[in-house]
Design a protein around this ligand. Structure first.
Ligand SMILES: Nc1ncnc2c1ncn2[C@@H]1O[C@H](COP(=O)(O)OP(=O)(O)OP(=O)(O)O)[C@@H](O)[C@H]1O
Length: 328
């Protein structure tokens, strides 16, 4: 079963040259997605990261045939979308907006209604409730659920058709830490069953520990793609923190090698060096002995902010004079 979900070796999602512009009320044209290339390998959790307004939701809506691209191609498991969407949509489950559940009905009754609507037997409802750890609370009214439970019920609904690809747009938005942890664990479990989970987020920390691969978008364009380790490497070598008695002389020696040096508390932070051994060697040759040398691992958040430009004050969205497709 697990191998069947990824059979064929096709990526779960393959996007080439995708572009979408919207026209605002003032007739200004906003480039929401700009020549985006994206590959989501089959199997595992893939995080689709980017700051607010970077085009994640628009991209996801194009994957699902909900928004028509101005240009570019989308394939889901090798099938072109939207032209042949009906052939592949049965393999896809998605949460793009808050799903509509009847507040006064129980979680179980809500899922039974949906199961009937999509032609799935009610036995499947019990299986998906179990899958998201809600079986014991299945009889409780939806309106009494916590936000995290509501989100897990939404995930359960997407599982009714037993899809191979799950697409979740910001599923941890507004959840408390326990809710975030539960949703993350559910995503991990789904990937461990051989499914592909594509999850968007503007908060790296919410997905970095669960993601196998990552794509980062900024202003509608792909700025990085790979593993979390690749992303860390994208920002260049790590900094080195050294503790020495004579700061002034150490700074002079280190700067002479073209490295940047900053004072941080009682230590020096060296950027641009090949590593701790080289920094230590330069100091020792100059007759200085470090009582502390520590390679400061690059912070993933810093790499993300740097890649997306989110560390700077946010600018207006990109605009264009080209004809816009407009919202559908
Ligand atoms: N229907 C629309 N009409 C006009 N502009 C739109 C429309 N939908 C999105 N946009 C604009 O397109 C850009 C990308 O929006 P999108 O919602 O895809 O980004 P996002 O990365 O999902 O953001 P968020 O994390 O805030 O959900 C933004 O500038 C947004 O204001």
């Amino acid at each position: 079963m697990t191998a069947e979900r990824t059979a064929g070796g096709e990526p779960a999602v393959s996007v080439l040259g995708l572009r979408k512009t919207y026209r605002t009320f003032t007739l200004r044209q906003v480039v929401a997605v700009d020549h985006l290339d994206l590959t989501v390998p089959a199997g595992g959790v893939h995080a689709f990261l980017g700051p607010n307004g970077s085009g994640k939701t628009t991209t996801i809506r194009m994957l699902l045939g909900l928004v028509r691209p101005d240009a570019g191609t989308v394939h889901l498991f090798g099938t072109p979308v939207p032209s042949r969407l009906p052939e592949v949509i049965g393999r896809v489950g998605a949460i793009v907006e808050n799903p509509k559940f009847v507040p006064g009905f129980s979680g179980r009754r809500n899922l039974r209604l949906l199961a009937t609507a999509v032609g799935v037997p009610h036995t499947r409802v019990e299986a998906v409730l179990e899958r998201v750890d809600l079986r014991e609370r299945g009889q409780d009214q939806f309106q009494r659920y916590s936000l995290g439970m509501k989100q897990r019920l939404a995930i359960a609904a997407t599982l009714l058709k037993d899809p191979d690809l799950l697409i979740f747009d910001e599923p941890t938005n507004g959840l408390d830490p326990a809710g975030i942890r539960d949703v993350r664990a559910t995503m991990r479990g789904l990937a461990d069953e051989g499914r592909t989970v594509l999850v968007s987020s503007h908060i790296l920390a919410e997905v970095e520990h669960v993601a196998d691969t990552v794509s980062v978008v900024a202003r509608g364009r792909l700025v990085a793609q790979g593993t979390v380790a690749d992303l860390l490497g994208a920002g260049g070598p790590a900094d080195v923190r050294v503790g020495v008695a004579d700061h002034d002389r150490a700074e002079t020696l280190l700067r002479a090698h073209g490295w940047q040096v900053r004072r941080v508390g009682t230590a020096l932070l060296v950027s641009g060096s090949p590593g701790g051994a080289q920094v230590n060697e330069v100091l020792a040759r100059g007759g200085l002995y470090a009582h502390e040398v520590e390679v400061v691992r690059r912070d993933l958040e810093a790499a993300f902010l740097e890649l997306t430009g989110a560390a700077r004050a946010p600018g207006p969205p990109a605009t264009t004079d080209a004809p816009a497709g407009g919202a559908r």
